[in-house]
Ligand binder design. Structure first.
Ligand code: NAD
Length: 313
């Protein structure tokens, strides 16, 4: 097994593993899991050199944080721990300073720690942009000044919103999802150059396009158009023909994108951790990549609306 690689996350002094552990599946977001196996997956990930863990109170409506906190007991110092605030339900958002500060305290308890390495405002396109810039981020910076949070970030889907808020709000980090993988590759169009210019770090989430680039069906709530789901199946079939696994190819593709310090993949089983680590050793065959590109081309960069109308212009 090849050794884990680490990259420095711009905007911070954090050295993070190129593969990060996305903990939303621990909250049953992709179907019910075995909590003991979820805990073993976390342990196995740490033993394998994965040091970045990302969660949110939204995932499983606090369940993922509870489970991750339990799994990390005694190992907190070995990891870079990121959680979020501002989103609490499908339609439940509160980005007020009062709520996000209380939320951070609640997360600290559930995660059984006294500091967070990263605290993100979660899915900011559902909030008022000016409130995030002038109220939410300043509140997170207050937590930073108190030593409860080391770095402040924003997450969401529309790239221009992330770029605008991160720059005007002077965030340390942005986490984007489903904008750089085999099916959508538009991160460089609006976000990455702005982040580079401003020294803001980037985390890339959802290399498997939230379950489409696997051998299983994506969750029922998946917002991608049907043609994109079908293209994912076509890519899986091509990978099978080349004797390889679609999830490993999809993750490798993201690891090659060097401005993102880490690629966050959602996991809840040891077998997934093991399989995903294989991406470290893989080189994508040029003929395979050309076939994937041809299959994806008709639906490439087909995204969806997310959040408030004014954030989807
Ligand atoms: P993903 O693309 O990582 O896909 C996750 C799905 O793939 C799950 O169903 C998981 O069980 C499955 N999977 C993982 N490894 C597999 C393997 N080897 N073989 C087969 N199936 C496998 O999507 P994601 O979980 O949404 O994204 C990763 C993480 O990024 C999340 O857990 C979360 O921490 C973060 N994220 C944040 C936001 C946000 O802030 N708005 C949005 C999306 C993701």
């Amino acid at each position: 097994m090849r050794e884990m690689e680490y990259r420095t996350l711009d905007g911070t002094d954090l050295k993070v593993s190129v593969i990060g552990f996305g903990a939303s599946p621990l909250g049953n977001e992709f179907g019910a899991i075995d909590p003991d196996e979820g805990e073993r997956a976390v342990q196995h990930a740490i033993d394998s050199g994965i040091n970045l863990f990302d969660v949110s109170p939204y995932y499983g409506r606090t369940l993922a944080e509870e489970r991750l906190g339990k799994a990390l007991a005694g190992r907190r110092a070995e990891v870079v721990l990121a959680t979020k605030c501002g989103r609490y339900d499908v339609n439940g958002f509160d980005f007020s300073a009062r709520r996000v500060m209380a939320s951070a305290e609640e997360s600290l308890k559930r995660l059984r720690t006294d500091y967070l390495d990263i605290l993100h405002a979660h899915d900011i396109e559902f909030g008022d942009r000016e409130q995030i810039i002038h109220e939410t981020i300043p509140a997170l910076k207050k937590l930073k000044a108190q030593g409860k949070v080391r770095f402040v970030g924003v997450t969401g889907f529309p790239l221009h919103v992330l770029a605008d808020v991160a720059v005007r709000g002077r965030a340390d980090i942005v986490m984007s999802y489903c904008r750089y993988n085999l099916l959508v590759r538009d991160l460089d169009a609006e976000l990455t150059p702005v982040l580079r210019e401003n020294g803001i770090g980037l985390l890339n989430a959802s290399p498997l396009h939230m379950g489409i680039l696997t051998e299983c069906d994506p969750p029922a709530w998946h917002p991608a158009p049907e043609e994109v789901k079908q293209a994912g199946q076509a890519v899986a079939a091509i990978c099978r023909r080349y004797g390889t696994r679609v999830s490993t190819v999809a993750l490798r593709f993201c690891l090659n994108y060097s401005y993102a310090a880490s690629t966050l993949v959602g996991m809840s089983r040891c077998s997934q951790v093991k399989t995903n680590l294989e991406a470290l050793m893989m080189t994508i065959d040029a003929a395979l990549m050309a076939e994937i590109d041809r299959a994806v081309e008709p639906v490439l960069n087909r995204v969806w609306k997310s959040g408030r109308q004014e954030n989807n212009a």
